[in-house]
Design a protein around this ligand. Structure first.
Ligand SMILES: [Zn+2]
Length: 365
């Protein structure tokens, strides 16, 4: 494994070449400052030495680039991390911190969200690595703790609240979570939890997004619940739902997507190379669509984007050129046939037989 010393040596060689008498800037852990030393000088011992190739302003009387203060953090031009304060006072709740939820959390943090509520009861396992933002060093940790570290590493001032619970077993906790968020992102991998979230959103009148990777990664779908509009239950009633990605061979066998008689070789073929990439369009659409629900689109120059999304509440992205995408229209793009790399949009209408919102309707009338 590379140590900090290896890194310092590499940088030194690149920076000065052998035999050079050039100076270099290094971080001295003993004094806690950047110091200028002759190339090749070792400060402290062993891994205490690290060079700092990207310190701005050193030697010109300026302080090395420090972390911004909180009041400057959402102003990139004043030395902050984020380009805009549009999401500074917003709260997003992410239900499920697995492959999808962790990437959505990271992207919302990079967009400058001020507060995240992270919900997951699971710990991180080896089979999660290929689709998750975390890696080997996080094995065995709670997924909520991992995601907190990741977003704090991007924004030291982000507020994080964690719930290590299964929302299906704790409806009252889900109600609290939904109440404190401006937007809820359902990033779980099963329908029972999605219906729980969908039902709570309808009851609470909060917007939310539901994302899935479709079977064998051939596409993704994302449903937006706008308060008063069609709910997640209505989406099922519209009969447009396609089968989602199978989590693993066991889940595939249980759901019937993999026949019980399939050999181990057959099961391997059912997973296509590139599945980690197939999730990325969903990460994008969930982050972007969430932002459009909670940001003042006019004030922050997103009016055109918001208009392009229109009253769409269901989006498919075709990762594959499958004929089944033909029935969807596209988002302000020319062409009639299905295509890869394109979003397909639909407006789902309320279902009079919806098991979620029509029950609410009856209860409140
Ligand atoms: Zn409904």
């Amino acid at each position: 494994m590379k140590t900090i010393r290896d890194f310092a040596e590499n940088f030194r060689n690149l920076n000065t070449g052998s035999g050079s008498t050039a100076k270099e800037v290094v971080w001295d852990n003993v004094t806690g400052t950047f110091v200028e030393v002759p190339a090749g000088t070792h400060i402290g011992s062993g891994d205490d030495v690290i060079t700092s190739p990207d310190v701005k302003g050193f030697g010109s009387g300026e302080e090395p680039n420090p972390l911004p203060s909180k009041d400057r953090n959402w102003n990139w031009q004043e030395g902050g991390i984020f380009e805009t304060d549009a999401l500074k006072d917003k709260t997003a709740a992410i239900i499920g911190c697995g492959g999808l939820g962790s990437q959505v959390a990271e992207q919302l943090a990079r967009n400058g969200i001020g507060r995240l509520v992270l919900v997951d009861f699971d710990v991180f396992k080896a089979r999660n690595i290929s689709r998750h933002v975390a890696g080997v060093s996080d094995l065995g940790r709670k997924k909520t703790d991992i995601c907190e570290d990741i977003v704090r590493n991007i924004n030291p001032y982000i507020e994080v609240e964690k719930y290590d619970v299964n929302i299906c077993d704790h409806p009252q906790v889900l109600k609290e979570i939904v109440a404190k968020a401006n937007i809820i992102l359902a990033c779980t991998d099963n329908n029972s939890s999605r219906f729980r979230v969908g039902s709570q959103l309808a009851e609470s009148g909060k917007p939310g997004l539901f994302g899935r990777v479709l079977k064998r990664g051939q596409g993704i779908d994302c449903f937006l619940y706008r308060p008063g509009d069609a709910c997640y239950g209505c989406l099922f009633g519209n009969n447009v739902i396609m089968e989602e990605e199978i989590r693993d061979a066991q889940a595939g066998l249980e759901s019937g997507q993999i026949p019980a008689y399939a050999s181990p070789e057959d099961i391997d073929i059912l997973v296509q190379p590139g599945l980690p990439d197939d999730m990325l369009p969903l990460v994008y659409i969930m982050t972007k669509w969430a932002m459009l629900q909670i940001v003042d689109a006019e004030k922050y120059g997103l009016a055109g984007l918001k208009a392009a999304f229109g009253d769409t509440n269901y989006i498919l992205f075709a990762n594959r050129q499958e004929g089944q995408f033909q029935r969807w229209g596209t988002l302000a793009a020319p062409g009639t046939g299905p295509a890869i790399g394109r979003y397909y949009a639909m407006k789902i209408t309320k279902n009079p037989d919806c098991m979620i919102c029509m029950n609410d309707h009856e209860n409140t009338e």
